[in-house]
Design a protein around this ligand. Structure first.
Ligand SMILES: CC(C)(COP(=O)(O)OP(=O)(O)OC[C@H]1O[C@@H](n2cnc3c(N)ncnc32)[C@H](O)[C@@H]1OP(=O)(O)O)[C@@H](O)C(=O)NCCC(=O)NCCS
Length: 198
């Protein structure tokens, strides 16, 4: 299990640069609650099923809640090796707990051979608006750069998903420049946000 503080400088705000778009953004340090990340395992299936049963999660997602605990356990088992079946991609998933040890959601990343990394995050609505997602995603991004070879971080998001877009921008993501958009086709109604990993 891993956990930590915000990782941001004590003074705020600081300036940082998005190395893909070249734009500056303000990094606002906040005092944040402790979250912990645990690699997702089949033993998490029952607890995670309860979190993912929340219909509010799916407002802007194509997914639906898992059909059963067993179905979720099987889905987790298929990714537990951390690799795609052909071995070309890293499939990384962590469940997130709040300071009281309650499972709040999960964060995940798919890393291709060249370090292009799709990032996603899902939290139960009862855990929204507390800064948990920001801290957990920020921590995952640090891990992806330090230990998994992530280079370019990408988030595909429904344009109406204001909370997710706000979170991504808070973490330094910016609209993908035309060159990146040409390489990554996204659905109408989605937005592609991008940032360098480190
Ligand atoms: C996207 C999602 C993770 C964002 O969750 P969130 O609760 O808005 O994000 P956070 O946990 O970082 O909370 C941020 C808010 O918490 C509040 N907050 C309270 N204490 C805080 C603290 N110590 N630090 C930071 N924020 C804090 C603030 O109001 C902050 O919003 P602000 O930046 O506008 O001030 C969540 O909406 C979700 O899981 N949605 C369903 C799944 C989904 O759509 N995933 C994205 C697919 S692209």
């Amino acid at each position: 299990m891993v956990g930590r503080g915000s990782g941001l400088p004590a003074a705020s705000p600081a300036l940082a640069v998005n190395a893909v778009s070249g734009k500056l953004w303000h990094v606002t340090a906040r005092s944040v609650p402790h979250v912990s990340l645990e690699p997702r395992r089949t033993c998490h299936a029952r607890e995670l099923f309860e979190v993912l049963a929340d219909p509010g999660i799916y407002r802007y997602l194509d997914d639906a809640p898992p059909a059963s605990v067993d179905a979720l356990r099987e889905a987790i088992a298929r990714t537990e090796s951390g690799r795609s079946p052909d071995g070309t991609e890293q499939w990384l998933n962590w469940i997130v707990r709040d300071a009281d040890g309650r499972m709040a959601g999960y964060v995940q990343a798919t890393i291709g051979a060249k370090g292009d990394t799709n990032v996603a995050y899902v939290f139960g609505t009862a855990f929204h608006g507390r800064g948990l997602a920001r801290q957990a995603v920020e921590h995952m991004l640090d891990l992806l750069a330090a230990a998994h070879g992530a280079r370019t971080l990408l988030i595909v998001c429904d344009r109406r998903n204001a909370r997710s877009i706000h979170l991504a921008r808070e973490l330094g993501f910016d609209d993908a420049p035309p060159g990146v958009l040409q390489r990554r086709r996204i659905a109408d109604g989605d937005i592609l946000l991008v940032r360098a990993a480190a």
